[in-house]
Ligand binder design. Structure first.
Ligand code: PMP
Length: 315
């Protein structure tokens, strides 16, 4: 845990996982003043540990902190703290191919505040947990449902950063969808209820005639690091990739649809339900999704040479 003193983060320390202490008046508890990140560390066959573009998470946390009126660690401090935490928890990283260590850095307003205002003190903390592979056996297509009433983000809100409060508006829609057997929800823009935005915790891509498109990152879509990486990998592989507005109609006639995110990596979408109608995509696992999934996972797990300079190796 690190707390703020006169604009400087005091040196942190490693401690056992457990409850953290804060005032009931803490800014994060009363006004949701907090941002977080999600990352993964993989173990390679030679025992070394791989982090994927950690500086991008550090940068995104800084953008979020700016939006939420919080001081943030520098990218260097962020990456250094992530490295130290991962190394101290080395024994929890699953063996190669068996999963990864999920890393959750958080920046919270932990100082007391009664009236609506930014907190006076902040805590930067990181916790980790081993996680299995998202797909146990091969790629399993997701079944999404398009939500038309509930929105996860509105223009001018905090949807473009990873604020903790972004996830509470969708808990209700999410649990209803899960109860009905859907894997996740796809959200539309709140102004027109027409343009595709993103899924609860991943970005969306459509493929039509071998052209890959994804919604432009605006204030209501999280700029995913997996999204950014997939755009670069796909372009390198010779695909035309477009960032633009994508209407629901266009999505429904796509050849392939897939999602990207730290948790799901690249997940093909097998079906989308919109206004009670279910649209299926081919046999579920599109060829482009499969190809990009393989390219990204082999890079993240250190199975192919990293010519992009994206992986950070810890010994
Ligand atoms: N959108 C939302 C709302 C998310 O929570 C996440 C997960 N961080 C993503 C997209 C994907 O981002 P990333 O690829 O950086 O994990």
């Amino acid at each position: 845990a690190k707390s703020l003193e006169d604009g400087i983060f005091t040196k942190g320390q490693l401690q056992r996982f457990g409850p953290i202490h804060m005032s009931p008046c803490a800014g994060v508890l009363n006004y949701g003043q907090g941002v977080f990140e999600g990352m993964k560390a993989y173990r390679k066959a030679d025992g070394s540990i791989l982090l994927f573009r950690p500086e991008e998470n550090g940068l995104r946390m800084r953008m979020g902190a700016e939006r939420m009126c919080m001081p943030a660690p520098t990218v260097e401090q962020f990456v250094d703290a992530v490295k130290q935490t991962v190394l101290a928890n080395k024994r929890w990283i699953p063996p190669p191919g068996k999963g990864s260590l999920y890393i959750r850095p958080m920046l919270l307003g932990t100082g007391s505040v009664l009236g609506l205002a930014p907190a006076s003190e902040y805590t930067f903390l990181i916790f980790v947990s081993p996680v299995g592979n998202y797909f146990k056996e091969g790629l399993a297509p997701l079944d999404l449902i398009i939500e038309t009433e509930i929105h996860r983000a509105i223009p001018g809100g905090t949807g473009g950063v990873k604020a903790i409060g972004n996830y509470s508006p969708v808990l209700k829609a999410q649990s209803i969808a899960k109860d009905k057997g859907y894997s996740d929800i796809l959200y539309l823009d709140s102004a027109h209820k027409k343009y595709v935005e993103e899924v609860s915790s991943c970005n969306i891509f459509v493929v039509k005639h071998n052209i890959i498109s994804t919604p432009t990152v605006s204030g209501t879509i999280l700029p995913g690091i997996t999204r950014k990486s997939i755009i670069e990998i796909a372009r390198r592989q010779g695909f035309q990739v477009e960032e633009r507005l994508i209407s629901v109609e266009e999505l429904l006639v796509a050849d392939e649809v897939f999602c990207t995110g730290t948790a799901v990596v690249v997940s093909p979408v097998g079906s989308i339900t919109y206004l009670e109608k279910r649209i299926k995509y081919g046999n579920g696992v599109g060829i482009v999704s499969q190809q990009l999934y393989s390219a990204l996972t082999s890079l993240q797990m250190g199975l192919t040479e990293d010519t992009m300079g994206w992986t950070v190796v810890l010994d």
